[in-house]
Every structure is written in C-alpha cells, then in structure tokens.
Ligand binder design. Structure first.
Ligand code: HEM
Length: 456
C-alpha cells in the first residue's frame, strides 16, 4: 500500500512537471542520453507512456501499420472544437480517405496560386506598423496567419461575414489557450451546459455562431459554385469519394475548422521564433537580408517562387523549427497489440510518443544542438526521422509544405519592408500556449520602415 502511495506520488510529481514545464522535463531525460524512457502518469490503471527519440525508433513507429494503434486517446480533446468528422478524429479507411482529399491542395503546383495572396496579406497587416514605433510580434503574426487561412482555405473574401469570423475566432482561440478554459476540453465532466454564463454554455454559444457563419458560406458557395476559384473549400466541394458521394456540410465544416486550428497558431508561433532568433543573431539576419536583396531589386514586389527557393532563408526556417519545434511531440498513439520498438516491449494499452523535441536535440545528429546554426541545413541533409518538426508517418502534418512556403514569404516580406530591433535584450523562454510552445513575453520590437520598398 505504501509503495503504491509512493509510486502514485512519483507519478503525480512527474505529471505535474510535464504539464508545468515540459521542456525542462524533457531536458532532464536528454541529460541522461536515453533513446527511450517510460513516464509514469497518474491513475492506478494508467498505461505506461513511452517516449522515443532515436531515428531508428521513430522510423519504426512511423512505419508500423496504423491499424495497430488507436489515436483517439490523444485526439479526443479536439472533438468539441473540430467536430466528429474531423480528419484528426478519424481512424483507418476514413482517415486515409480524408488525407487523400486534403494533402494535394497543400502541395506542389497549387502553391503558386497562394504566393501572391500570402505577400499581400502580410503587407496589409504590417501596414499598421508604419504608424507605430514599437509593436508586439505575437499580436500581429497570428493576424497574418489567420487571414491567410481564412482566404486561402475558406476562400472568404473581405466583407461582413469575414470580419465577424475574424473577430469570433480570434477571441475564442485566445481563450482556448488559457489554462482554465482549456481544462474544459481535457475533462469531459466539466462540459456542462448551464446556460450562457457557464463556461461550457458560453463556449457552445460562441461555437454555434462561428458554425452559422461557416455553414452560410458553404451554402452560398454550393449555390454559386465557381470551379475557377483556387481556395481549398472549392476543391473540397467538388471532391467525390469512391462511391461518387460529395462531402456533407458537416464534414466540410469539420475539415475547415481543423485546418484552421492546426494551421494558424502553429505557423504564427514558428514565425515568432524565427524573428526572435534572427534578431538575436545579427550575422544570420544580415546574410538573409543579402540573399533576399540579391533577387529582389529595390522598389519591386517579391517574386514568391524565387523567394521560396532561397537556400539560406530555407535553412533559417528549418533550423528555427529544429531548435524550437512548436509541437514537442507527434500524436501519441495507443498500442492495440503487442509491439516491439527497439528495446521496448510494449503491451496493448501502452502509449507510444515520438518525441520531436528530443530527436532535434541529439548531439550525435546535430553537433552543439542548443546553438542556432542554419548552416547545418546547407551542409547536411537530414532524414525524416532525424528532422521532424511536422511529425511524420500516417499522421504527419498535411500542411508542412504550405507552412514552410508561407513562413519564408512572410519573413521575406517583412524584412524587405522593415528593420526590426528587439526591445528586450534578455533571452526569452519557451512557454506553452495551447498545444504550441512559443517564446515567452510580448516579444516587442522597434520598427523602422525601410524607404526602398513600395507597398502595393
Ligand atoms: C509551422 C507550422 C506547423 C507545424 C509546426 C505543424 C506541426 C504539426 C504536427 C507536429 C502534427 C502532428 C503530426 C504527427 O502526429 O506526426 C501536425 C498535424 C496536422 N497538421 Fe500541422 N503544423 C503546421 C502547420 C499546419 C498547417 C498550415 C496546416 C493546414 C492548413 C496543418 C494541418 C495539419 C493537420 C490537418 C494535421 C493532422 C493530420 C492527420 O491527423 O492526419 N498544419 N502538424
């Protein structure tokens, strides 16, 4: 009994440390150089949670057929926001089908359509900086990435519906990152609708208004269907499954909301890290500026395709996400059968966690792993099990190519318009915000508009 109390106490302590300061918690395992480790979590019948960080183990996890895992234990928290039909909550055939529909719009040739929109939105949002001497990056970067999703994914045009959506989403998503509000999603017994003044009732009311706007957009776009439009909703409206059936309104709504929730704060957070790191490493910043200037004559607009191909800017973006992955782990998955992953024998019920953060901190793969060294991406090509800011395997991020493209364009657009200087010279800390790890504090910068650029 005493032993049981001790181990429960130990599990409680570890669980609290993991929640309160996940980076410190993971670093403590990094110091002892373990390729995998079991973290006891709370609850007498809690399954063992096993973290893996070696490329070999991660490779095995990503190639184990997904029917041997149950993903819903981790993804169920997204259900109230994303909806039952969300890609994130699907398993097996229905998950594969949604990936087949959603992956192509975010890759290859299609990206060309989005470049000019990304640059224009960045210009519009940062236009406001011209009347300020100091701005807070975490205030503006999500405005840029939210507008990008609303226009490129939803195909919203400016107007009343668009502005109302912007307002409602910004407020709701801000609240979702607050610990008290977010605990509602983790503990279903708290999900009680006692009217508008109860936290859950209030959430349901706000969600219903957002849904009304999304459904109104879907209805309008079905009735005025225009196949020439390049947004992702248009592609989904025309998609058919193998039986020839189109997606229902609810299926469409759930995918749109999922793309929004997974694609907007993640990209804004990674951008915040990129600007922070660039402005703490003046030599790197100077080299990026030089590289962009080499293909962008003064007083011209950016050429998105040429920017996306710049090797050093690409290396800076990659190294930012290596050093500060926005998601510390890939989707945890529960073993349905006995599995052997490297030296760990797992019984059904065990939770398998591919640890992105620790994979990126391995000194054998990345010498001086705590240093920001974009050059490492110029001299070496890393495998998808060594470098995985977007996770991998059957559940890997579907927006990875789009996010990389978007980040490079936003960085280039801002650097060609402004000179920025960090107000606080002290280093920031990685802190949790919802499901992402972002720089602490307001990340304020002094802004000086550059004279040579023309705004459109
Ligand atoms: C810098 C930006 C981003 C980062 C760092 C990021 C990272 C991730 C990670 C780590 C996962 C889990 C992967 C796994 O379990 O192996 C994921 C899943 C996902 N991401 Fe992203 N993401 C980003 C941007 C986006 C964008 C722009 C979109 C789409 C608009 C998007 C859509 C998704 C979707 C739909 C999934 C779930 C895929 C599935 O369950 O099959 N992400 N992302």
């Amino acid at each position: 009994m005493k032993n049981n109390t001790n181990s429960q106490g130990n599990a409680l302590l570890k669980t609290l440390r993991l929640i309160a300061d996940p980076i410190k918690f993971l670093d403590s395992y990094n110091q002892i150089n373990q390729d995998s480790f079991v973290v006891p979590v709370l609850g007498i019948n809690s399954p063992p949670v096993v973290f893996f960080n070696s490329p070999e183990a991660i490779g095995e996890i990503f190639t184990i057929p997904s029917e041997k895992f149950d993903f819903s234990r981790a993804t169920h928290v997204f259900r109230p926001l994303m909806g039952d039909s969300s890609i994130v909550l699907q398993e097996g055939r229905s998950h594969q089908r949604l990936r087949q529909l959603l992956v192509p719009p975010f890759h290859g040739e299609r990206m060309r359509y989005y470049g000019a929109t990304i640059c224009e939105i960045t210009q519009q949002v940062t236009q406001k900086w011209r009347s300020h001497s100091v701005i807070s990056l975490p205030q503006y970067l999500p405005q840029i990435t939210l507008d990008i999703i609303l226009q490129i994914v939803f195909g919203f045009n400016t107007g009343e519906r668009y502005e109302r959506m912007q307002y409602l989403l910004t407020n709701l998503l801000e609240d979702v990152t607050k610990p008290l509000f977010s605990s509602l999603f983790f503990f279903p017994p708290l999900q009680q609708d006692w009217g508008d003044w109860s936290p859950w009732g209030n959430f349901l009311k706000r969600r219903a208004e957002i849904d009304r706007l999304i459904y109104a957009e879907i209805t309008q776009r079905r009735t005025e269907f225009d196949p020439e439009r390049t947004d992702i909703l248009t592609l989904l409206l025309s998609a058919r499954d193998e039986t020839g059936a189109a997606m229902t309104d609810q299926e469409l709504r759930d995918q749109l909301v999922s793309l929004l929730l997974l694609g907007y704060e993640t990209t804004a957070g990674s951008l915040a890290w990129a600007f922070y790191l660039l402005h703490r490493h003046p030599a790197v910043l100077a080299q990026v500026r030089l590289e962009i200037a080499s293909i962008t004559p003064p007083s011209t607009n950016l050429d998105p395709e040429a920017i996306a191909k710049l090797p050093y800017l690409n290396a800076v973006t990659q190294e930012t996400m290596r050093l500060h992955p926005i998601a510390l782990i890939g989707t945890p998955r529960m073993a349905k059968v006995n599995l052997q992953i490297q030296d760990q024998a797992l019984t059904p019920g065990s939770i398998v966690v591919p640890c992105i953060y620790l994979a990126h901190q391995r000194a054998a793969t990345y010498p001086q792993p705590q240093q920001f060294q974009p050059e490492r991406f110029l001299t070496k090509k890393y495998t998808p099990t060594e470098y995985l800011p977007f996770g991998g395997g059957a559940r890997g991020c579907i927006g990875s190519a789009f996010a990389m493209y978007e980040m490079k364009l936003i960085i280039a657009q801002i650097l060609t318009q402004f000179e920025l200087k960090l107000i606080d010279p002290k280093p920031v800390k990685p802190v949790r915000r919802g499901i992402t790890i972002v720089p602490s504090g307001k990340l304020e910068v002094a802004v000086t508009p550059l004279p040579t650029t023309i705004a459109k």
